[in-house]
Ligand binder design. Structure first.
Ligand code: CTP
Ligand code: CA
Length: 224
């Protein structure tokens, strides 16, 4: 990533990022997953480090290299991710980009489930902790709490509702109805209390840079 020499607006700041999917184990050989590649979250971590931040990147299972200058903590499940985020606090900024599984199997089977010629098993699911909401409600709440909203319909309306419901400062809405998941480009809308700023479709690393520059501005802005 190219940044202007000496341009380190996030120097001295700790930025905590989640990225990638989570895997929710059913038994020792099976799990529930989703299509998140982790690319947008890793790009955000790379951009934050390039702008001078100390970066903690809590990553679900992804096939990506650790960006330069980033402290990476690998996790598998939503429960592990939730714990790793708590352990990495406090932070000045939290950017929750992970596609956290909403549900996990209620029971984990210690042995591989067998067909045994009987009816297919019913998967009973239970809800995972909401990491973004918990960070926003934490007594160590970061100055700026940013969530992502992956939507396939009513993108902006859903994002605005999510911002309120999750007590996030900003929600980055992205329309995942196309080939965004796994792709190298993204089109996002920044939803804040000041309204909506829509960015052009661009490479995920450029989305990351645009976002981190705005975050740096926000942190240095004198309190209104
Ligand atoms: N998120 C989280 N923990 C969860 C679920 C979501 O931290 N258990 C975070 C995501 O990282 C993202 C934001 O919440 O920053 C929104 O995720 P999304 O899946 O869009 O929202 P949900 O509240 O799970 O709602 P739904 O999937 O029903 O649209
Ligand atoms: Ca969800």
């Amino acid at each position: 990533i190219k940044v202007k020499k000496g341009h380190q607006p996030l120097e001295g700041r700790h930025v905590l990022i989640t990225a990638g999917p989570t895997w929710e184990a059913i038994d020792p050989v099976r799990y529930i997953a989703n299509r998140s590649s982790g690319k947008q979250g890793f790009a955000i971590a790379a951009a934050a480090a390039a702008l001078g931040a100390k970066v903690s990147l809590v990553a679900g299972p992804v096939a990506l290299k650790t960006p330069k200058g980033v402290d990476r903590i690998d996790v598998e499940s939503a429960a592990d991710m939730s714990q790793a985020v708590k352990d990495a606090m406090p932070a000045d900024v939290a950017i929750m980009v992970a596609a956290v599984a909403d549900w996990r199997p209620k029971e984990y089977r210690d042995e591989k489930m067998k067909k045994r010629g009987s009816a297919p098993p019913a998967l009973v699911l239970t809800e995972n902790p909401d990491i973004l909401t918990n960070v926003g409600a934490s007594d160590k709440r970061p100055t700026l709490v940013v969530g992502f909203a992956a939507e396939t319909e009513d993108v902006l309306e859903n994002a605005k509702r999510k911002r309120k419901r999750k007590a996030a400062d900003w929600i980055i809405a992205n329309d995942v109805s196309g080939d965004v998941m796994g792709g190298d480009e993204n089109r996002v809308h920044i939803v804040s209390d000041e309204g909506v700023e829509s960015l052009e479709q661009m490479p995920k690393i450029e989305v990351a840079m645009a976002l981190l520059e705005r975050i740096a501005d926000k942190l240095t802005m004198p309190e209104a």
